[in-house]
Design a binder for this molecule. Structure first.
Ligand code: SAM
Ligand code: DTB
Ligand code: SF4
Length: 345
């Protein structure tokens, strides 16, 4: 006599289709699932759409640091907050090229350049275009985050060889107004549209742990998952609380709520890379493993983000070995010290 089945009878089949007609109610229902059910569903979707046990590796370089006129309440680079940050004008081409060569040497396949601009001035953009051409000529994927860009600027970036443009929505439309006053949510959507129209890959996500309500996290993911096309890359940052910023004393977030956000992002946008971005320095190995289980499959590798710390590379290598996670190979080499993996089809 067969044993009675004990698994949950109402577990839905994992969908093969990619949807951008999610309702907010559906997103809220996912967030409301028991943690284990959500993780099971997220990992099932992950295995249907992504190579398991494989993580894409990006490196990050701040090419222009601090003195930013915007007032993003989380950011150490705003000129409005006294964070003791040392500012740095736009780096010279030679220096960026040297850093990119070193990143390639250590096995990085994507090089992300970040600048503390509201939007780039044309004379600065010209210099950044030269940097993009240089990095591209090394055979690396290129990514940049320079603030708002016009359609014309997006086309120039694309023509120079930019593969990805990072521009985050950060939070829900409602909560956004408590975080930033110097540019609107619609400004950000317009930049995303310009990037998409220019034919570049979109990298767009947000920050969790800024004192927002669970509803705000649902709304952020709902906006992202109902864009006409999902971003190819979705960075989920955990707020790095920097002394001197208005969010320095934000209440700590329940780590499981962070993991839930990753899991829901994975379910809603099955074909994107979900990046476990800022905040890893304050996470133990077990929490990072839960994030990978929830569907995160990209990280920043290297000991600095833009201005704040990131885990040291030996620590990451050890974690990847312990979890038997491989670096997504892509067209290049795996990151130094990390086990190589098969490229994702
Ligand atoms: N100035 C450009 C912009 O805002 O688009 C590019 C650089 S900006 C620093 C890139 C992203 O870093 C922000 O959109 C935000 O999501 C993230 N970020 C900045 N400060 C952070 C912090 N303290 N904790 C977590 N993420 C942060
Ligand atoms: C993103 O979403 N996170 C990265 C990248 N895009 C540019 C930046 C994180 C910055 C964390 C704070 C700092 O180091 O200044
Ligand atoms: Fe400036 Fe970007 Fe920081 Fe906002 S997040 S203050 S735009 S560098």
């Amino acid at each position: 006599m067969a044993a009675e089945a004990r698994y949950s009878p109402d577990f839905k089949e994992v969908s093969v289709t990619v949807r951008n007609d999610w309702t907010l109610a559906e997103v809220q229902e996912l967030f409301a699932l028991p943690f284990m059910d959500l993780m099971f569903q997220a990992q099932s979707v992950h295995r249907r759409h992504q190579a398991p046990n494989t993580v894409q590796i990006s490196t990050l370089l701040s090419i222009k640091t601090g003195a930013c006129p915007e007032d993003c309440a989380y950011c150490p680079q705003s000129v409005r907050f006294d964070t003791g940050l040392e500012t740095q004008e736009l780096l010279e081409l030679e220096e960026v090229a040297a850093r990119a060569r070193a990143a390639k040497q250590s096995g990085a396949t994507r090089f992300c350049m970040g600048a503390a601009y509201r939007s780039p001035k044309q004379k600065d953009l010209r210099k950044v275009l030269a940097m993009i051409r240089e990095v591209k000529s090394l055979g690396m994927e290129t990514c940049a985050t320079l603030g708002m860009v016009s359609s014309q600027q997006a086309q120039e970036l694309k023509a120079a060889g930019l593969d990805y443009y990072n521009h985050n929505l950060d939070t829900s439309p409602q909560y956004y107004q408590k975080i930033i006053s110097t540019r609107t949510y619609q400004d950000r959507l317009d930049t995303l549209q310009a990037v998409r129209n220019a034919g570049m890959n979109v990298c767009c996500g947000g920050i969790v742990g800024m004192g927002e309500e669970p509803q705000d996290r649902a709304e952020l993911l709902h906006v992202l998952a109902t864009l006409p096309a999902h971003p190819e890359s979705v960075p989920i940052n955990r707020l790095v609380r920097v002394a001197g910023t208005p969010l320095a004393d934000a209440a700590p977030l329940d780590p499981f709520d962070f993991v839930r956000t990753i899991a829901v992002a994975r379910i809603l946008m099955p074909q994107c890379h979900v990046r476990l971005s800022a905040g890893r320095s304050d996470m133990n190995d077990e929490l990072q493993a839960l994030c990978f289980l929830a569907g995160a499959n990209s990280i920043f590798y290297g000991e600095k983000l833009l201005t704040t710390g990131n885990p040291d590379t030996v620590q990451d290598q050890t974690l990847f070995r312990r979890l038997k996670i491989s670096a997504e190979g892509g067209a290049g080499q795996p990151a130094a010290g990390l086990p190589a993996g098969a490229a994702i089809a």
